[in-house]
Design a protein around this ligand. Structure first.
Ligand SMILES: Cc1ncc(COP(=O)(O)O)c(C=O)c1O
Length: 399
């Protein structure tokens, strides 16, 4: 049989890190001690009181289908949280619970985009956005930003990239992979631009609780009533509550868009996991201390990693203000050789660093961050110290 993949799925890029991960596994199997800096999830367990609520849900028999859009008590907990944290007034009908922020984002894109529509996508950005947009037969239009700009775009570039096909702006602050946290000024400008051009805004705020120092998370929906009306905010439990495996996220926004996403979800997936939903009520309504403790640990590791990077020649980084990643600029190393093997891309650098100095990191290219590596500091302090030592040795060995 000859299989011809559908047009929508034909162009999906296989994950750039798959080959790298295969090499990590092969090396580990041979007994090499690899330090992995690729983690996209907290290295913490789900807090005990949340786990207990999940166990209780099983004991209480909450093991059946729930309403597709989520159980009312979780939607209420989300509504209360949005009001308390962001002063955003929603009702249960504005909320849709999904199987992770990833599914929420994909569904939002599916109900908004028609083939050929363009999405303004500030970059660097999370690698799934461009693939999801392409899966909708729509077109990602990156708006490139630099470390010198603090990875905050200027509003002129939105006007420059705008065409009559532009339908949506997709933003993510705190950002994966840069760690940038956008302030009120740029968010206000984007909200005004969206109003001016009558565009929708999809705002991925999954790292909102992970902000450090003076950084402060602002939701674009809180900028104005108009911004709130044209924004879908996506959030989830994976990062803040260390619940990646529970698969739970949510969207809040305009009632009609949420209803369309609900209808889509009802056929594409059904209801989110019942047990996870009961645990998530506890995550939002219960103590937030484990979250604050985890954020403090990440803040310490962030400073540690950035300080150690300062001591390595030929690489540099923007000091992240949120999430748990450092985007390392390796441009000065491009063109150098590692034991006679030329380094012509971030992928080459990542492979050689792994092969020779046993540190794995994600090449930046798939995040629209060429000549960069994404380093995760969701690892123990001693691993950060050892990994930065090995990175330094690797860079010093290049000729
Ligand atoms: C920016 C961003 N959005 C969304 C997600 C997906 O989160 P979830 O586990 O809720 O699907 C991730 C996970 O890495 C992410 O980095």
């Amino acid at each position: 049989m000859e299989f011809q993949a559908s047009a929508a799925s034909r162009n999906i890029q296989p994950s750039a890190t798959l080959k790298l991960n295969a090499l990590v596994q092969e090396m580990r199997a041979k007994g090499h001690d690899i330090i992995g800096l690729t983690a996209g999830e907290p290295d913490f367990n789900t807090p005990e009181h949340i786990v207990d609520a999940g166990k209780k849900a099983i004991d209480d028999g909450y093991t059946r289908y729930t309403p597709v859009s989520g159980i009312p008590q979780l939607k209420k907990a989300i509504v209360d949280t949005l009001l308390k944290d962001k002063n955003l007034l929603y009702e249960n009908k504005n909320i849709l619970v999904s199987m992770g922020a990833k599914q929420a984002l994909y569904q939002a894109l599916r109900v908004i985009l028609n083939p050929g529509d363009e999405v303004l996508l500030p970059a660097p950005c999370w690698l799934s956005y461009q693939e999801m947009i392409t899966m909708c037969s729509a077109v990602p239009v990156p708006i490139h930003t630099t470390a010198e700009q603090g990875y905050v775009p200027d509003i002129e570039s939105f006007y420059e990239k705008y065409t009559d096909k532009t339908k949506l702006i997709l933003i993510n602050s705190p950002n994966n992979p840069t760690g940038a946290v956008w302030g009120k000024k740029i968010l206000t400008e984007i909200a005004e631009f969206a109003k001016d051009k009558d565009l929708l805004i999809l705002s991925d705020e999954i790292y909102e609780k992970m902000v450090y120092g003076d950084a402060h998370h602002v939701s674009i929906a809180s900028i104005s009533d108009d911004a709130k009306e044209r924004s879908i905010i996506v959030n989830g439990f994976s990062k803040a509550y260390a619940m990646t495996g529970w698969r739970l996220g949510y969207s809040s926004g305009n009632e009609k868009i949420i209803a369309a996403m609900d209808a889509f979800q009802s056929h594409a997936a059904g209801c989110p996991n019942s047990i996870a939903q009961h645990a998530a009520v506890e995550a939002l309504n219960g103590t937030q201390k484990p979250l604050y403790d985890m954020v403090q640990v990440f803040d310490r590791r962030r400073k540690l990693m950035v300080d150690l990077i300062k001591d390595i020649p030929n690489v540099s980084c923007f000091e992240p203000e949120g999430a748990f990643y450092v985007l390392l600029d390796i441009s000065p190393c491009i063109g150098l050789k590692c034991h006679d093997t030329p380094i012509s891309s971030d992928m080459d650098f990542a492979h050689l660093l792994l092969a020779h100095n046993r540190v794995s990191a994600v090449p930046g290219n798939s995040f629209y961050a060429p000549n960069c590596l994404r380093l995760s500091y969701a690892v123990k302090d001693e691993n950060i110290v050892e990994a930065m030592k090995r990175l330094k040795e690797f860079v010093l060995s290049l000729e």
